[in-house]
Design a protein around this ligand. Structure first.
Ligand code: KIV
Length: 267
């Protein structure tokens, strides 16, 4: 049975934690469906994790829709969230609505926008059009330049109050969930207790209602996991090492005449 936003809200009411993972392609979406992961985010982390950009800023609607369609073909029954790229909801609410509609036409069931403040109004306008919206507060990667780097956010009392107020405003605007990224654990707990919609943490400690990770961090493939690993990441396997080993073994077998052998030949 298809997962809906109502299922996530019921999970919060009943105190059941859940997970969200990113995916950017058809086979990964199928595997996550097999693993019964309820929510897939086609994140704009596509930029640094798949397309080789330094950060998420260069990602376009065209890039995101291409990957969203592949994910939708692989896991149509999961709750699929399209991450609105930088610049696609900044100019006007009309622009944001048009881009959110494009995500739903590509097979997504909801969209995610980064930020509080002025973004809250845009969230309300998209929700008003019948499109579910996930919020995203804290270390929002599209603001990397404004933050002066990827730094934990909301460390001062004033910033904590602002983030809590933004979370409450997003709930009032109709957001069905909110990602809390890169904030102190105590603030994530306070926000999770203060709002009625699920909080989905990443680098925000264990007290959120749900957790999200980037799939390539989880499986040990991303540039993160093969370089310096952020404190919040746990790689559950090392697919990156397995790929390197497999490619080396293949090349070695070909060089030394062990592959293909007669068993892998047609007669
Ligand atoms: O783009 C992304 O993958 C995200 C998650 C890290 C929440 O926004």
């Amino acid at each position: 049975m298809a997962i809906t936003i109502n299922d996530l809200q019921a999970a919060k009411r009943e105190g059941r934690r859940f997970v969200m993972l990113t995916a950017y392609d058809y086979p990964t979406a199928r595997l996550l469906a097999e693993a019964e992961v309820p929510v897939i985010l086609v994140g704009d982390s596509l930029g640094d994790n798949v397309l080789g950009h330094a950060n998420t800023l260069p990602v376009t609607m065209e890039d995101s829709l291409h990957h969203a369609r592949a994910v939708a073909r692989g896991a149509p029954d999961l709750l699929l969230v399209g991450d609105m790229p930088f610049g696609t909801y900044h100019r006007s609410a009309e622009d944001a609505i048009a881009n959110a509609v494009a995500f739903l036409k590509a097979g997504m069931h909801a969209v995610k926008l980064e930020g509080g403040g002025w973004v809250v109004d845009t969230v309300a306008r998209i929700v008003e059009r019948g499109i579910p919206v996930m919020g995203h507060l804290g270390l929002t990667p599209q603001s990397v330049n404004a933050f002066g780097g990827m730094r934990v956010q909301a460390r001062t009392d004033a910033a904590k109050e602002r983030l809590l107020a933004d979370a409450q405003a997003l709930e009032r605007a109709g957001a069905f969930a909110v990602v809390l990224e890169g904030i102190p654990r105590d603030l994530a707990r306070t926000v999770s207790q203060a709002i009625g919609i699920p909080t989905i943490g990443i680098g925000a400690g264990p007290d959120c209602d749900a957790q999200v990770l980037i799939i390539y961090d989880l499986i040990g493939v991303s540039s993160h996991t093969r370089g310096s690993v952020p404190k919040f990441v746990r790689a559950y396997t090392d697919v990156g090492d397995r790929i390197v080993e497999a490619a080396r073994s293949f090349a070695c077998d070909v060089r030394e005449g062990r592959f293909p052998d007669d068993a892998h030949s047609y007669h």
